[in-house]
Design a protein around this ligand. Structure first.
Ligand code: GUN
Length: 283
């Protein structure tokens, strides 16, 4: 019989939302209600779904949410103007421009235009820099949510070998930095890594952020490892993570399921970032 702990992201997210809801309520009584504005450009169906989750989550905790839908044909200058307007609107604490943007718009330019202290995605170079230097600033929601899971399940990070598969700006790179900040020994693996298994077999904490269904199999995992699955892969066989759950679960000490693991924590962390942005700017 397996003793593997299932790291229940839905449960942790619910706890976190309850805590956020309390603080938002207190702030609202003082006349300050945190506000998140999401800009959605075009009609990408996946983006529409993600944005609707974000709006519902804001409602649950009492954060004001505002959605600005712009046509796919909007030019870069107009979009930057919209961001500038939100930068100056005192009632807007968080600005989130849903990605991907249409090809003719430079994503980096848009992200760089968002005020760093309203950048609740944690994508602005100032926030990335702060994370690198001392762990301050607003942080990317998915890796921050993963850290929250590790903390709430009292999984020790210090001195552990943490291996991350994936080097994206949104997950892999900030994840490495957060684990390093808490004194893990960190390895980042990617598509050009030679002998991936040699690295993953040394992992006490293994984070899979590859974007390939069931990429991590039991033979790649050390017995007793903590497995964090960031994957959301829609396949003919349904929604699958980056980890082959059934097999890997037998070897792991703890594992996040898909769905119900990392996903809910990403949204809860967005709420936390919005609250943090509000408190730091006008709390
Ligand atoms: N598109 C997919 N994930 C994200 C995210 O975390 N933030 C933004 N802004 N867009 C996304």
């Amino acid at each position: 019989m397996s003793q593997t702990k299932i790291l229940d992201g839905r449960k942790v997210a619910k706890e976190l939302e309850a805590e956020i809801g309390q603080v938002v309520e207190n702030l609202t009584k003082q006349g300050i209600t945190p506000g998140l504005t999401v800009i959605l450009v075009g009609d990408n169906p996946a983006s529409e779904i993600y944005v609707s989750y974000k709006e519902k989550a804001c409602k649950r905790v009492g954060i004001n949410s505002n959605l600005i839908k712009l046509p796919a044909e909007i030019n870069e200058e107009e979009l930057l103007g919209e961001v500038e307007r939100l930068n100056q609107d005192d009632s807007v604490d968080g600005i989130l421009v849903q990605l991907p943007l249409p090809e003719h718009i430079d994503e980096e330019k848009v992200i760089n235009t968002i005020r760093a202290d309203k950048d609740v995605d944690g994508f602005h170079p100032i926030n990335i820099g702060k994370l690198m230097i001392n762990g301050s600033g607003l942080h990317s929601c998915t890796p921050r949510g993963i850290m929250e899971i590790l903390h709430r399940y009292e999984i020790e990070v210090e001195g552990k070998n943490a291996v991350i598969i994936g080097r994206s700006n949104i997950v892999g790179k900030p994840m490495a930095q957060m684990l390093l900040q808490e004194n893990a020994t960190v390895t980042i693996c990617h598509s050009r890594t030679k002998d991936l298994k040699e690295h993953t077999l040394k992992a006490d904490i293994l984070v899979a952020a590859v974007g390939r269904a069931e990429f991590v199999t039991a033979d790649m995992v050390k017995k007793g490892a903590v497995i964090i699955d960031v994957g959301i892969n829609r396949t003919e066989n349904g929604l699958l993570g980056d980890v082959e759950f059934k097999g890997v679960k037998e070897k792991a000490a703890a594992i996040t399921p898909v769905p119900g693991g990392v996903g809910p924590m990403t949204i809860a962390t967005l709420l936390k970032n919005t609250l943090k942005a509000c408190q730091e700017r006008r709390g």
